[in-house]
Design a protein around this ligand. Structure first.
Ligand SMILES: [Zn+2]
Length: 288
């Protein structure tokens, strides 16, 4: 009998990568999972494959690869073979998306960023820069980064009480509840909990970022809840207001900020935000 175990690629997280090595890996994998292009991934050590020599430009010591949770699971359960992984490493999924929506972007084009029904536009300078899309009391909950002409994402998703469930830093999934399911199809990232209930939905690609589901709330209950078209501002765990306006396209830049000045009197809010929800005098936040 053919032992199945032997064909399974060993899959181990690439520990202790430097920021430079992570950047290099993101570039080599075109900013996504080598199987599906997902912009949320982990860094894995490349398994040694006898027949596939390492690309010449790579130093022998560095060979990490980006793989999303779904495809890491499939590799572990032998639904995907070692050979398929080797093929994908030499031809990452996003390599074929260069002329289709992917994560490389034209600096002359603006990135449309929609949270619920509200839309702003991100202009990135040719140099590496970032745009805060959701900012709550000094904490960045959703940020776009432009990096050498590529777009990547950082976000924190909480539960209703403000406990961090998911943390993604420049695409790297750093924290996630166990057994949650991630899928990335037709530019849409969906995250489901263990009971397969949808907890997060966002279209993520180079000209469009459209967030339609997720909790972005801090430990004091301040933040935003996005549910379909609705963006609900929360103050102290109470609904502080609802943003349901259809915004004239192209009118606003920046993102969504929530600033509880009573709790954070010294805090200075950065830059221009299109939508600001702030608690100033009345406490807790009043219904709008
Ligand atoms: Zn994948």
């Amino acid at each position: 009998m053919q032992p199945v175990e032997e064909r399974r690629p060993e899959l181990t997280l690439a520990a202790d990568l430097t920021e430079q090595q992570k950047l290099q890996t993101r570039q080599q994998c075109f900013y996504g999972c080598v199987f599906c292009g997902s912009p949320v991934f982990r860094y894995y050590a490349q398994p040694r494959v006898q027949s596939a020599p390492l690309p010449a430009e790579l130093p022998g010591s560095l060979s990490a690869v980006l793989i999303c949770p779904l495809h890491a699971k499939q590799l572990r359960s032998a639904l995907l073979s070692r050979n398929t992984l080797a093929e994908r490493i030499s031809q990452p999924f996003n390599q074929q998306r260069i002329n289709k929506p992917g994560f490389s972007f034209d600096p002359n084009r603006r990135v449309q960023v929609s949270v619920g029904m509200n839309t702003v536009y991100a202009d990135f300078a040719p140099v590496d820069s970032e745009q805060h899309c959701i900012w709550v009391n000094g904490q960045e909950f959703f940020t776009l980064h432009s990096e050498s002409g590529w777009l990547c994402f950082s976000f924190i998703m909480s539960d209703a009480s403000g406990q961090t469930l998911i943390k993604v830093e420049k695409g790297e999934l750093q924290q996630s509840p166990e057994h949650w399911e991630y899928s990335y199809e037709v530019n849409t990232l969906k995250i489901r909990d263990q009971q397969r209930r949808l907890q997060f939905t966002a279209q993520l690609c180079n000209d469009r970022v459209l967030l339609t589901k997720g909790h972005f709330v801090d430990l004091f209950g301040d933040g935003f809840v996005v549910e379909g078209n609705r963006v609900i501002a929360m103050l102290d765990g109470q609904k502080g207001g609802q943003y349901m306006h259809r915004i004239e396209p192209g009118r606003y830049k920046g993102g969504w900020a929530l600033f509880n000045k009573i709790r954070h009197p010294e805090l200075v809010m950065p830059g221009n935000f299109a939508f600001v929800c702030a608690a100033k005098r009345k406490y807790p936040g009043t219904e709008r």
